[in-house]
Design a protein around this ligand. Sequence first.
Ligand SMILES: C[S@@+](CC[C@H](N)C(=O)[O-])C[C@H]1O[C@@H](n2cnc3c(N)ncnc32)[C@H](O)[C@@H]1O
Length: 256
Amino acid sequence: MNKKTVYKTWIRINKIITLSVISLFLILIALSPVNIFIRVLAGILSLPFLYTSIIVTYCYYQFSDIGGNFQYKIHNLIVSKISYTGNVKVLDIGVGSASLITKIAKSLPKASLIGIDYWGNDWEYSKNICEENAKCEGVSDQISFIKASASNLPFDDNEFDVAVSCLTFHEVKDENDKVKVFKESLRVIKKNGEFIFLDLFLDENVFGKNDEFFHTINSLGISSIKIEKLENIIDLPKILLNKKVLGNAVIISGRK
Ligand SMILES: C[S@@+](CC[C@H](N)C(=O)[O-])C[C@H]1O[C@@H](n2cnc3c(N)ncnc32)[C@H](O)[C@@H]1O
């Protein structure tokens, strides 16, 4: 029997379980025959946990293929922005569970691709999941996966024709200066090579003041650059437009 692909969503199941268990626990205390003060306190405390677990579960539903399938749609949007064809070399920075890179491999059957990721404990992704997914999709001969950090890519300058990255730069913990992470990604792309980077670039807590960040990116000597808010190119449900979800998401694409 053919194995099925396992593409995890951007919402961690562990997070949903933890929030739900805490909410349930607090509700049970509020309903149990204990001291009234403890019951009221538990009831009040359960509200933010309950609210957050409902929101997070609904976002999970919207991202996954049992619901709105928005993770798939957003990956497809990135794939559709790649204009190179043929025998090209492609890098996915923060490959996750290989959902995006396998789509690129299928749309560029002559390309060779590398997916890098840190695969820390924070995420439910792993190199093994990536390799299994690539096998299931029939593209394992095109792709290799390497454990590495986006802040220090193990590649020479100008190696790749195309680099993509989806929601990874804001996660990079070993480099606070996200402009440096951006520059490191550009470093490995060939002159005139293509890049498509989607991230929460409008989140000033991570990327710094919007004006300064985009001014710096625009002055890196890139030959062409396009900056688009994600919500202006794809219709997102209201819940995903929240600033804590994809409300700050922007695609920066262009040619080096
Ligand atoms: C929101 S997930 C996105 C995964 C994938 N790009 C996707 O769209 O499905 C963020 C990814 O960033 C990876 N990550 C975190 N820190 C990293 C680092 N320093 N270098 C490379 N990847 C990193 C995580 O392991 C995780 O796979």
